[in-house]
Design a protein around this ligand. Sequence first.
Ligand SMILES: Nc1ncnc2c1ncn2[C@@H]1O[C@H](COP(=O)(O)OP(=O)(O)OP(=O)(O)O)[C@@H](O)[C@H]1O
Ligand SMILES: [Mg+2]
Length: 370
Amino acid sequence: MQVSKLTVKNFRNAVEETLEFDGGVNIICGANAAGKTNLLEAVFYFAAGKSFRNCRDRELIRFGCESAEIKLEFADSAGNRRNMSAVFQKDRPRVLKVGENRVSRLADYLGAFRAVIFTPDHLSLVKGAPENRRRFLDLAICQSFPRYAAALTELNRTLAQKNAALRRPGADRMLLEVYNERLASLSAGVTLNRKKYVRRLESEADKFISEMCGGRESLKTEYRTQGGDNETLESLRDRYREVINEHAEAEIERGISLYGAHKDDFAVAINKKSARSYGSQGQQRSAVLALKLAEGELSAQLTGEYPVFLLDDILSELDPARKEYILSRLEGRQVIITGCESGIFGAYGRNSVFIEDGKICSFNSNTAKV
Ligand SMILES: Nc1ncnc2c1ncn2[C@@H]1O[C@H](COP(=O)(O)OP(=O)(O)OP(=O)(O)O)[C@@H](O)[C@H]1O
Ligand SMILES: [Mg+2]
């Protein structure tokens, strides 16, 4: 998968800009607040159907403007050129298009363009709350299996309906039973997909961390779910049904759903010790890099082609060995990297744009355009 062009209009701090990319390493350089991350955010929007900053769409519209527009041109490995666009308007639903076709369901949209993003925030993958890990898994799985997005949407909708019912005074137990049955089977599907994905992720990430650290480190994951050790849809559903029903009165008392796939998590261990509790900063960082590289590898295994790698300002905080490792590991893939100064990219920094206040102000390329 290869991005050839990004156009943004009234998006964040950019008025109207077009960027072209080549198939190797592309660098977006500029001072703090110049608008580098904003551009990666625009590219990644097409992979996720939302901002990786976890904000609302209307925040993407340039201050003082009524609407924003972004457009991406890319090609798949078969050389088919495709484009996607998104228009954001205040107080109106966004308009997403794949080619000329408007799409409204995420499942019809995800997977058309795939990318893996690395940001400094990603340490939260190891250190942060379970929701960070669930978000990571869900997004990665959705890109490779768009049908998973439909199941996830359905799970979230059912949870919202059940929570609304739980909050209403005087519990409607019959209605709650209907929701509970649906939650048990939707949770089973979501958990099973996540579990399978984590198992494959672990195996790839373990190879990366071992390579990155000269064989000194190993990475293991442990999937944690209220669905227990079950490995089939039916057994997971039955277990979920059991725990949800067992705690039905507690949920009514608390007014919130306490049991289901929305409580899943996975723990990361380095050399068999919890990375969260015992890992050094460096080990945690290596674990995150390994997990993200593994995400890219799995995306290639599952779909037959590599995604685009987006590296938001992560190189400046890596030591030279890790920096070299990651750049050499991504050789041959399309990579878009942001950073404050071009010097840190060394020999990789051939194809760069410099931006200032959201505007591309200079351009330097030794390589042919796509
Ligand atoms: N909706 C918006 N309209 C106009 N400007 C915005 C909007 N949202 C964010 N900005 C501006 O964009 C700038 C930040 O852009 P961005 O995060 O891309 O910077 P950056 O180049 O990545 O900086 P850093 O190197 O610090 O990460 C800020 O100055 C912010 O005020
Ligand atoms: Mg930034």
